[in-house]
Write a protein that binds this ligand. Structure first.
Ligand SMILES: Cc1cc2nc3c(=O)[nH]c(=O)nc-3n(C[C@H](O)[C@H](O)[C@H](O)COP(=O)(O)OP(=O)(O)OC[C@H]3O[C@@H](n4cnc5c(N)ncnc54)[C@H](O)[C@@H]3O)c2cc1C
Length: 563
């Protein structure tokens, strides 16, 4: 008989859920991971990991019928024939767009950890201080020092490649060998870094094993081969995913039970006991209903789905969703503004080549409003760039015979590509709610998403265009072309908030340990917990907050303050 009682339940098996499971299991708790999607086993279930384009029916292109049926996911750059099986199709999981919002999801064991781009930067003290100092959202209940040891804890396990720079705007971590810049990237970096006192381009930091340590080899993972086909699942386990790293480690303890195809409908609130006791699950395939119980519950369904589960967890005590006396559950959603890109040419270095497909870019930590408010807009942005030669095979558009072949065996001119990753301000008006009349095939209300850009986002974008152009000129680029994709929020895939952390139950849902103020044995450690967005790629922060919250939860369980 399958047990329905555990010490801990984790909802979702992606980046944050995998971490919750590993830490809970390693601390001795019998842990049930409930995952709505299918099972995906490392290596066995990566069908395209070594496929060549000519081995795929459409040579790695998406057929037109799919594009018409699934316009949202088709706007994601990583959605191709070789990765399509790891992405949610719009047609199968609809939601309500009150305003355009591209919601990109991965419903399977491992979640989006299989398909993320693996860029990982720590937040700085300026990011945690931001809302309190600049008077937006609500003050963070924690600061950089609270999270720093947990960043180290997760970085050592994950394996992060990066360079030591000593920047207070982007603290160093526990790094493996850094990736190298090519000659044009180096030239641009040297010129820009010498020109500006407040700006520094550095090599990107990412979750790739460039020089694996014993700890990584013991996980069964190996060195990154710079194939850059990561989104298919890596045959070497060289990038971090739940499937290759956290879940196998959790399983080794003997404390893990994973239940795929388990759609969590809501958290159960026991009116008599006055506490959350478990979760209701609908079987994805049979639609049968089940209940599972535990002393502690971690919600890690990814930011918006965690909002959905909590909003749907209605009881006599909490008619508007679990812990939602304040009415702010689902509100103050924010994301990253990715609209701006700049392309340019670089003349020279035609006799220089480079090797491999490096899985990261060059990055510049935010330099706007860092230590005080000084611009016409709030907060700032991170800048990324990379340089490369136009690909082989693009040198000649037509021709025949030996000349054609020769023209195609030389790389083309150097080009530079720059992009923005800007903070957005969490606002009351950016929110999600439950549809009053539409449900999905599992009886769960559809999520209504009402999120948009504002004037602050436009001003940041203009500043990026001005500063980006100037930096590219300083760096020696020519033919600079700016572009505003005008893409909808969501396509950044960094949606955050709705169940934010804070000090006061009137203005926040979670305390400084990601624990619900009004349901103390429920923890939220995915992007839903974020009070503000920073300018960094967010997932490493979710991992650190998760490990920290588990440590706290287990101590509190032992003390008996939660049960
Ligand atoms: C193309 C792409 C590039 C990205 N690049 C980066 C990057 O470079 N750096 C970075 O930091 N982040 C990046 N991200 C974002 C990153 O993937 C997410 O921040 C991260 O996966 C969030 O972790 P999570 O655990 O919250 O959610 P997920 O990894 O999405 O996992 C959530 C899991 O919960 C499951 N679930 C959902 N609802 C339910 C339910 N009701 N019941 C049971 N299970 C449920 C889902 O099926 C899923 O498995 C990228 C994402 C994509 C798609």
């Amino acid at each position: 008989m399958e047990s329905n009682e555990y010490d801990a339940i984790v909802v979702g098996s992606g980046i944050s859920g995998g971490w919750a499971a590993k830490e809970l299991c390693e601390k001795g708790l019998k842990t049930l991971v409930l995952e709505r999607g299918r099972d995906v086993q490392h290596l066995k279930d990566y069908p395209t990991m070594t496929a060549s384009p000519w081995e795929m029916p459409h040579h790695n292109q998406i057929p037109k019928a799919d594009k018409l049926q699934n316009p949202v996911v088709n706007r994601c750059y990583a959605y191709k024939e070789d990765t399509a099986h790891f992405f949610v199709k719009d047609s199968e999981h609809p939601y309500v767009q009150e305003k355009p919002f591209d919601w990109v999801r991965g419903y399977q064991l491992g979640g989006k950890s299989l398909i993320w781009a693996r860029q990982t930067q720590r937040w700085s003290k300026y990011d945690f201080e931001g809302p309190g100092r600049d008077g937006f959202a609500v003050d963070w209940p924690i600061q950089y020092e609270d999270v720093a040891p947990w960043y180290s804890h997760v970085e050592r396990f994950v394996g992060i490649s990066g360079s030591y720079e000593g920047l207070d705007t982007l603290p160093d971590g526990e790094f493996l060998k850094a990736w190298e810049m090519n000659c044009v990237e180096n030239e641009l970096k040297d010129r820009v870094n010498a020109h500006y006192k407040d700006r520094k381009f550095i090599i990107g930091r990412c979750a790739h094993l460039t020089s694996p340590k014993d700890e990584h080899l013991a996980q069964g993972r190996g060195q990154c081969m710079a194939r850059n086909q990561c989104y298919r699942g890596c045959p070497f386990g060289a990038y971090f995913s739940s499937n290759s790293s956290t879940l196998p480690c959790a399983a080794k303890t003997g404390n893990l039970t994973v239940r795929p195809d388990s759609v969590v409908h809501s958290v159960i609130w026991d009116e008599e006991k006055g506490k959350a006791t478990g979760v209701r699950v609908i079987d994805r395939i049979t639609k049968e209903e089940r209940e599972f119980f535990a002393k502690v519950i971690f919600l890690n369904a990814a930011a918006l789905n965690t909002n959905l589960i909590l909003l749907n967890s209605k009881s006599r005590r909490f008619p508007n969703g679990l812990g939602n006396d304040s009415g702010i559950l689902g509100k103050y959603i924010a994301f990253h503004n990715y609209r701006g890109t700049i392309a340019a040419n670089y003349e020279g270095f035609e006799d220089k080549y480079y090797f491999g497909r490096r899985p990261t870019a060059i990055m510049m930590p935010n330099f706007r409003n860092v230590k005080k408010q000084e611009m016409e807009f709030l907060r700032g942005y991170m800048t990324f760039y990379s340089a490369g030669r136009a690909g082989f095979g693009h040198a000649a558009t037509d021709g025949f015979g030996a000349d054609f072949k020769a023209a195609n065996s030389e790389p083309g001119p150097w080009g530079v590509y720059m992009m923005i990753q800007a903070e957005t301000i969490p606002k009351l008006s950016n929110q999600v709610s439950l549809s009053p009349d539409q449900t999905d095939p599992w009886g769960v209300p559809l999520l209504q998403i009402d999120v948009s850009y504002d004037d602050n986002d436009e001003k940041i974008l203009q500043d990026f265009f001005e500063q980006g152009e100037e930096m590219l000129k300083v760096g020696g680029c020519t033919n600079i072309r700016k572009s505003d994709s005008k893409q909808a929020p969501g396509l950044d895939i960094h949606e955050m908030g709705g169940v934010r952390m804070g000090r006061d139950p009137e203005t926040s849902l979670l305390n400084g340990f990601n624990q619900m103020h009004l349901a103390p044995n429920v923890f939220v450690t995915d992007g839903a917990c974020m009070t503000s967005t920073g300018t960094q790629n967010p997932s490493i922060t979710y991992m650190a907050l998760t490990a920290r919250a588990v440590d706290y939860a287990v101590k509190e369980l032992k003390k008996g303050t939660i049960s």
